[in-house]
Design a protein around this ligand. Structure first.
Ligand code: HEC
Length: 265
């Protein structure tokens, strides 16, 4: 019989001790070693001694109420993240839209566009004149101290040849029709909307005539009012006589505190 190395004996002793709960005595000396060597046979022949392996089921984990609450709480959905990031930017953009547009918005915006498209060809981009009269350097306001007179002129065009129009006290004498280069200017009532026409007049008076926009605020209010389309929209026609046309326009604009000083003598 070969000698069993002591470390194997020790291992088997420990194994037995685990299975049976006994035999804890450490082998001391050869005698003990010999008896220990025989022991495995004894152990294997008596499996009944083996302690039944108790299977302990893990108790169900009862999560703490705090964990339950945390998990039940609605989480931030994924799509909300970009929304949250964009929110301050959107806030700034929205704040920007809260400002009221300038009161002169419509006419001030439309005027230069209408003028460039319809009038600049004859009157020059800066109102310096060409095949149409010069309007700049205050000339147009000198001819028509009242914007209503200019509205009539642009809508009606040149009256019959030689008919005086505009300011009778003009420094270099009252204007007469077809006196510039012998050509008439055709009326614009048929081709411009009333608002476009008024916007061109508004632009010429401020840009070329040098009039203060504050004095023409009534035009802006008039065009933006409900009365404007009623009175002056669609197939409009002003009387061919300047005086009559001004009278009618004055009626239409009365409510807008149209108080321009008319230099009619
Ligand atoms: C085809 C050329 C032509 C175009 C385009 C034209 N005009 Fe004229 N305009 C004239 C001529 C010519 C006169 C002078 C008419 C006359 O002596 O009877 C004139 C005169 C005027 C006058 C009078 C100026 C003064 O001091 O007597 C005004 C105001 C005026 N035009 C405004 C306009 C406006 C506003 C437009 C655009 C909507 C316009 N014109 C487009 C040719 C033109």
């Amino acid at each position: 019989m070969t000698e069993v190395p002591p470390h194997l004996l020790e291992r088997s002793r420990l194994a037995r001790q685990r299975m049976t709960g006994e035999g804890g005595d450490a082998p001391a000396g050869d005698g003990a070693a010999a008896s220990a060597a025989a022991t495995p046979a004894v152990a294997s022949s008596a499996p009944a001694v083996k302690a039944p392996v108790e299977i302990i089921e893990a108790p169900p984990v009862i999560p703490s109420p705090m964990v339950v609450a945390a998990e039940a709480r609605p989480k931030i959905p994924f799509w909300v993240v970009p929304v949250l990031i964009f929110l301050p930017i959107w806030g700034l953009m929205y704040a920007g839209t809260l400002e009221r547009p300038p009161a002169t918005g419509g006419l001030a915006f439309e005027g230069p566009i209408v003028y460039a498209a319809n009038c600049a060809g004859c009157h020059g981009g800066g109102g310096g004149g060409g095949s149409g009269r010069a309007l700049n350097g205050g000339a147009v306001v000198e001819t028509f101290p009242d914007a209503l007179g200019q509205i009539w002129w642009v809508a009606n065009g040149s009256p019959a040849s030689g008919v005086p129009y505009g300011n009778p006290n003009r420094l270099d004498g009252q204007r007469t029709s077809l006196s510039f280069n012998g050509n008439p200017m055709a009326g614009w009532a048929g081709s411009l909307s009333a608002e476009e026409l008024v916007s061109a007049v508004y632009y010429e008076r401020i840009e070329h005539g040098g009039q203060n926009a504050d004095e023409l605020e009534w035009m802006v209010e008039w065009v933006e009012s409900a009365e404007f389309p009623e009175a002056f929209e669609g197939e409009y026609e002003l009387p061919a006589s300047e005086a009559e046309a001004i009278e009618l326009l004055r009626l239409w604009t009365e409510e807008f505190n149209h108080e321009e000083e008319v230099a009619a003598g």
